[in-house]
Design a binder for this molecule. Structure first.
Ligand code: GLC
Length: 409
C-alpha cells in the first residue's frame, strides 16, 4: 500500500487536527501500562473504543504518524496475551456509576475493560499507519505475532460452528448498537431496551465464554459487517506478514459471506441469526459492506452500487450514505435520544464504501458523496453523524472518526 500523498493543508485538515488533538489522552494506567489514545468525543464518549481508535489512527497518520502508532500500540496493550482485544477500555477514568452497569464488563464496577469485542479493524489500521511511517520502518512487523494471535482468538472463540464466519453475542459488538437489523434477533434485549442488562448479566454468569453462551441461548448473530472487518484485517495481515495463510482465511470468510449471507433476489448480504441461521432481511449499510472486499465478484459489487447505493429511494441520499435504507419503515434520518445507527449518515461508513465505489469506476458518484459530507462538516463541524436529507449535524460534537473525511479528499 502506498504512503498517502502529501497535499497542501486545507481548512478542513486544520479543523480535523484540532478535533484529534483536543480528544487526545495520554498517561499511565494504575496497572503501570502507558497509554495514548483519542477518545471519540468528550464528555459523552471519554473512553477508548476499539474501532474508533483504529479509525482515529488512520486519520492521525495524515497529521502526526507518531500519534497514530501510539494509538495502535495502546489498542494492542489493552488486550490479553491470548489475543483478546476489548470493545471499550477505561484507561484514565472508570465508567460513571450510571453507565457502568451497561458496559459489558466482568463485574458491575471497577473493571478497566469490557469483555465484549469490537469490529476487528486493527490489522487494517496497522497496515495503513505502517505505510505512512517511513521514519519507523520496523513498525510494520513489530506486532505481527500479536495481530495473528488476535485473529486466531477470534476464530477459536467466535466461530463455534467453524463455517468461517464470526458471531457476535451482543448487538453493540459490531459497533452498530441500535441498528434495526438487531430487532428481530434480540427483541426485548436490544441495546436500547432495559432487557439489554439481562443480556449482559447472562453473559457475566457464563464468564463471557462465547461458546457456552451460543450453545445456551439463541441471541447470537453471524454479522455481515463484523465479518467484513475481519476479512479486511486478514487481508492486511497477509500483506504485512507475507504469510499466505491469512489471505487464505480471508478468502474463506469472503466465500462464506457469498454462500450463506448473499441474497440473490435483493443483491444484499444479510446477517444470520441464531442456531438456525435465519437470514435477517433488513437493509442497512452493513448489507452493502461486502462491497469493500476484493474477493467478492465484480458483478455482485456493481449490483450493490447501482441498485442500492445510487438509488435515491434507498441509499442515494442528498448527504452521505444513510446507515439504514430510506425504504425501510424503521429509517429515521433524525437524532434519536436513545438510539443510533437508524438512518443518519456516518463518515466512517463513507470512508469504507467510497474508495470501493471509486475502484469500480463510479468516480462522479463517489465525489458527490464526499462533497456532500464536506459541505455538512463545513456547516456544522465534525459531528457524530448527519441527517442524510438536510446535512444537519447530529449527536456528539468534535467526533473523532468523522475526521476520516480528510482521507477521502
Ligand atoms: C456509539 C457507537 C459505536 C461507537 C461508540 C463510541 O456507541 O454506536 O459504534 O464505537 O459510540 O464512539
Amino acid at each position: 500500500m502506498l504512503a498517502p500523498a502529501r497535499r497542501p493543508e486545507s481548512a478542513l485538515d486544520a479543523a480535523a487536527a484540532r478535533v484529534l488533538r483536543a480528544n487526545w489522552r495520554e498517561g499511565r494506567h494504575r496497572s503501570g501500562v502507558e497509554f495514548g489514545y483519542t477518545c471519540p468525543a468528550p464528555p459523552r464518549y471519554r473512553h477508548m473504543w476499539h474501532w474508533d481508535s483504529c479509525f482515529h489512527a488512520i486519520a492521525w497518520r495524515l497529521i502526526d504518524p507518531a500519534r497514530a502508532r501510539t494509538e495502535l500500540r495502546t489498542v494492542l496493550r489493552s488486550g490479553r496475551p491470548n489475543g483478546f482485544l476489548p470493545h471499550t477500555v477505561f484507561w484514565d477514568a472508570p465508567a460513571g456509576w450510571r453507565r457502568a452497569p451497561l458496559y459489558a464488563t466482568r463485574g458491575c464496577f471497577g473493571d478497566w475493560q469490557t469483555e465484549s469485542i469490537g469490529p476487528p479493524l486493527l490489522a487494517l489500521a496497522w497496515e495503513l499507519v505502517a505505510a505512512a511511517s517511513p521514519e519507523e520502518p520496523a513498525f510494520a512487523a513489530e506486532a505481527l505475532s500479536e495481530l495473528g494471535a488476535h485473529m486466531d482468538w477470534l476464530a477459536q472463540t467466535r466461530d463455534p460452528d467453524d463455517d468461517g464466519l464470526l458471531s457476535i453475542i451482543l448487538p453493540d459488538e459490531s459497533g452498530l448498537d441500535d441498528s434495526p437489523k438487531y430487532e428481530p434477533v434480540y427483541g426485548r434485549l436490544t441495546h436500547d431496551r432495559v432487557g439489554y442488562v439481562l443480556l449482559v448479566e447472562r453473559a457475566r454468569r457464563l464468564r463471557w465464554d462465547a461458546h457456552a453462551i451460543i450453545e445456551r441461548y439463541d441471541h447470537h448473530v453471524e454479522d455481515v459487517w463484523m465479518n467484513v472487518a475481519y476479512a479486511l484485517s486478514l487481508r492486511a495481515l497477509g500483506r504485512l506478514s507475507g504469510e499466505p495463510r491469512w489471505a487464505q482465511r480471508a478468502e474463506r470468510v469472503e466465500h462464506a459471506l457469498l454462500e450463506r449471507c448473499y441474497d440473490k433476489r435483493t443483491g444484499l448480504f444479510f446477517d444470520l441469526a441464531g442456531d438456525r441461521e435465519r437470514r435477517v432481511k433488513v437493509s442497512t449499510w452493513s448489507a452493502l459492506s461486502p462491497l469493500v472486499l476484493e474477493g467478492i465478484p465484480q458483478d455482485v459489487r456493481r449490483h450493490i452500487v447501482e441498485e442500492h447505493l445510487l438509488d435515491s429511494r434507498r441509499y442515494g441520499a442528498p448527504v452521505g450514505i444513510p446507515s439504514v435504507s430510506m425504504e425501510e419503515l424503521t429509517f429515521n434520518p433524525r437524532w434519536d435520544r436513545y438510539r443510533t445507527w437508524r438512518g443518519p449518515s456516518w463518515v466512517n461508513t463513507a470512508w469504507l464504501l467510497v474508495p470501493a465505489m471509486r475502484s469500480l469506476g463510479y468516480e462522479a458518484e463517489a465525489a458527490r458523496i464526499v462533497a456532500s459530507l464536506v459541505t455538512a462538516v463545513e456547516r456544522g463541524g465534525f459531528r457524530e453523524y448527519y441527517n442524510p436529507h438536510t446535512g444537519a449535524g447530529l449527536g456528539a460534537r468534535g467526533f473523532g472518526w468523522s475526521t476520516l473525511l480528510v482521507d477521502l479528499l
